[in-house]
Each structure stands twice: as C-alpha cells, then as structure tokens.
Design a protein around this ligand. Sequence first.
Ligand code: NAD
Length: 315
Amino acid sequence: MDISIFGLGYVGAVSLACLARDGHHVVGVDIDRAKLDLIAAGRTPLSRRHGQADAGRRRSGRAEVTTDIRDAIMRSELSLICVGTPSAPNGSQDQSAMLRLAEDVGSSLKYKSAPHTIVFRSTLVPGTVEDVLLPLLEQGSGKRAGSISCLLPAGVPARRLVDPRLRQAAVHDRRRARSSGGDKLRALFGHLPCEFRVTSIRAAEMVKYCCNNFHALKITFANETARICEAMDVDPFEVMDLVCQDRQLNISPAYLKPGFAFGGSCLPKDLRATMHFAKARDVELPMHGALLPSNRAHIDLAIAKVMATASGESA
Ligand SMILES: NC(=O)c1ccc[n+]([C@@H]2O[C@H](COP(=O)([O-])OP(=O)(O)OC[C@H]3O[C@@H](n4cnc5c(N)ncnc54)[C@H](O)[C@@H]3O)[C@@H](O)[C@H]2O)c1
C-alpha cells in the first residue's frame, strides 16, 4: 500500500518503520526539518530503545520524507495522522496542530480524484473526528465523506505495532467503511496476532482515554496500597503479588461492566475501616477515599433517573 504519515514523533516514526518493514511504501511528513533530515539520512529521531528499525527501513528505500503535504496525499491512498495533541494550560486538549493539518489535508484532497482513507492515530477527545475534523476535511476538499474514509485505530500504542494485543478500527460510516476503509486497515494490520474489532468513531476515541485512565488508576491503587502496607508493617510487594494471583475477581473482567453502585456486607464496611486505620497512622489515601463518595453519587444519579421516569409516567 502507498501510505503517508503526518507527524513523525514517537508514534509516527515507529509507524513509519513498522509499515516499511511490512513492505508498504511510506512517505513521512513533519514540520520539524531536523526530524526529516535525520530520517532522510537513515537515522532515527527516537531514543535508542525504539529506533533501530528506522534507519534500516530508510536504507531499504521503502520510506521517504517530505514537507509537501499535497505531494504526500497525491502519492498515497491512506494517511496516518500522528501529530501531537498535548495538554493546554487549563488541562484541555490542544488541538491546534491537528486542526491546521486537517485544513491542509482537506485542501490537498481537492486535487485528488481517487478515494482516500484517513486514519487518526492521535489521541482525540470523543466527538472530535465526527464533529470537527470530518467537516473540516469536507469543507477543504469539497468532497463528501464516503470518498474520504476516516478511521481511528485506538488502543494501538505504537509499541503494539510490534507487540499487538488489540486492534480496534473505528469507521465514520460503518457500512461503507467495512467494505473500503475498514478493509484497508485490515490489510495494514490484519497480519498482527491480535483481535480486530470494528467500533464507532466516538467509542474508539473514548477507549484511548479509558485505557490510559485505567492504567493511571492501577498505578495509583498499587502505590496507595504500598503506603498503607508500609504504615502497617506489611510487605507491599508480597501483598500485591498475592492480589494479582486471583484471576477470577482481581485481574479479570469481573466488576468492569457498568451497572449499579456497589454495596453488600463487605465492600462499604471494609473501605470505611481501611480509611480509618490509614487516618490513624497519618497515611493519605485520596483515591481510596474517593470511592465511597463516588459510589454515593452513582446511587443519587440512579434515584434521579427513577424519579424522572416516575414523573414522566404520571405526566
Ligand atoms: N507516545 C505514545 O505512546 C502514544 C501512544 C498512542 C497515541 N499517542 C498519541 O499520538 C499522538 C502523537 O504522539 P507522539 O508521542 O508521537 O507526539 P510527538 O509530539 O512526539 O510528535 C508529534 C509530531 O507531529 C509533528 N507535527 C506537528 N504539526 C504538524 C503538521 N501540521 N504536519 C506534520 N507534522 C506535524 C511534530 O513536529 C512532531 O514531530 C498524540 O495525540 C498522542 O497522544 C501517543
């Protein structure tokens, strides 16, 4: 396949190396001249740990670099968008690079008659592709989505192009893209030893956040557990090792289906006791401390929904 990659940071450069390795012809585009020069010279813009494949691919002649967006679009059938979406000072997502690029890609597509598939690898706030980027692409190109396919393979960190666990293809129009853009993603990633799932674009955007939040939650849980263990003169490594041995309830899909609040005879009582003995030893456990209030908010929401149903029925 002829592929263009926009943004040659960690994600884009690893994608460029892996796709060239898999036999595709890849054109990389970045606004950072230094990165382009490194890749053009057969060197990597990445740290040693990730970069060995890069230089070899460039020398193999299957990868090239340019700053010319229109040329890259014209010479490819599929584009991977990998530009950065960092935090703005107020915590929101800074999408300025993505918005500028969507405008440029849109106006380049105006000159192309063949269909083009766009794959967003960047992390994007749910709704961004459908509500913001697709309209920008349509406006710039004068084409309707359909001749442009937008996909989003969330849950595929760059390292998983090497060691994949889940590939998730999200398509803007499920019927069409299953037979066009969806198939292209299968052709790109189909050989990887992991499951391929088709989802909505919004779900794919959210999964990326959900995975990262879950990872942050796990790390915080282990660290808070270690703090209280130390205060109780217990070995935290032994405790967490034993916790992880339980593959039925602990390290498993158990309790990960959204539903009603937790309750019963053990969970609220034992959480309250944990918070009490932590406080008695001056150990701060903000994450554990947030669990009961969060559970309460969930119960309140359920009550409000039931009340709304009841008042709707009486009206
Ligand atoms: N780093 C990860 O492990 C990881 C994993 C999955 C997803 N992501 C997401 O992928 C995206 C990229 O991450 P990264 O770590 O590679 O970012 P990065 O900041 O390392 O790289 C972004 C690159 O985009 C380039 N760029 C900016 N504007 C451009 C434009 N208009 N045209 C072409 N290139 C442009 C920059 O010069 C830079 O080289 C982010 O949204 C990130 O959240 C990152």
